[in-house]
Write a protein that binds this ligand. Structure first.
Ligand code: 5RP
Length: 218
């Protein structure tokens, strides 16, 4: 099975978590895109969605699925999104697509976070994938120096602006043995909007695509 087939398989499996009459939080990326396409098949069952990026909102609207602003919505029973890395505790690295801040906001506002990922995303220790950090543009160099002091190697994701008008530093070489501590420490640097560690609010369910089928990890 290809990586994309695995992504499609877990995206379809996530439909099981979609409740009738609910507003569904929808993530960003190729796995989330498969979920959006699958959701289109049951769109009459739901009241609508909240999107974690402009790209996701466009794709949802293209399928005729209603997209609400988060401020208009008080209850999101489930949020479905992919990940760049996950450990067995369902701590994640996200933000490869640059949507980490809106993703983290919707994850925080949701009752259940269902992460959908192909098997290659499961790792023992987070950090082989460069950790994205969204920064206010004027703070980029300052934040980069602070991250170097922490032992990281930040690289500016040039020619990329987030949906919030900010910039991204991709950080290599961080030994993320304590994701909760690292997430808080990075968010404490003035000028950081948020970072791609999702460990203070981890996923609740991981649907992992494997050759043997979908593995559910909680
Ligand atoms: C976007 C994300 C994505 O969930 C992450 O990059 C995984 O993407 P894909 O499903 O394409 O492998 O965090 O900001």
């Amino acid at each position: 099975m290809t990586q994309d087939e695995m992504k499609k398989m877990v995206a379809h499996a996530a439909l099981e978590y979609v409740e009738a009459g609910a507003i569904i939080g929808v993530g960003t990326g190729s796995t989330a895109n498969h979920f959006i396409d699958a959701l289109a098949g049951i769109k009459h069952k739901i009241d609508g969605t909240v999107a974690s990026s402009e790209a996701t909102a466009e794709r949802l609207k293209g399928h005729g699925i209603a997209v609400f602003e988060l401020n208009e919505v008080s209850d999101i029973p489930v949020y479905v999104d992919g990940a760049d890395e996950t450990n067995k505790y369902l701590h994640l690295i996200k933000g490869g697509g640059g949507a980490l801040t809106r993703e983290k906001i919707i994850a925080a506002a949701s009752n259940k976070f269902v992460c959908v990922a192909d098997g290659s995303k499961l790792v023992d220790v987070l950090g082989a994938f460069p950790l994205p950090v969204e920064v206010i543009p004027m703070a980029r160099s300052y934040v980069a120096r602070e991250i170097v002091n922490m032992g990281g190697q930040p690289e500016w994701r040039e020619n990329f602006i987030t949906d919030n008008g900010n910039q991204i530093l991709d950080v290599r070489n961080l030994e993320i043995l304590d994701p909760v501590k690292m997430e808080a420490q990075l968010n404490n640097i003035v000028g950081v909007v948020t970072n791609g560690l999702f460990s203070i609010r981890p996923a609740d369910v991981l649907l992992l695509g494997t050759e043997e089928g979908v593995k559910t990890i909680t």
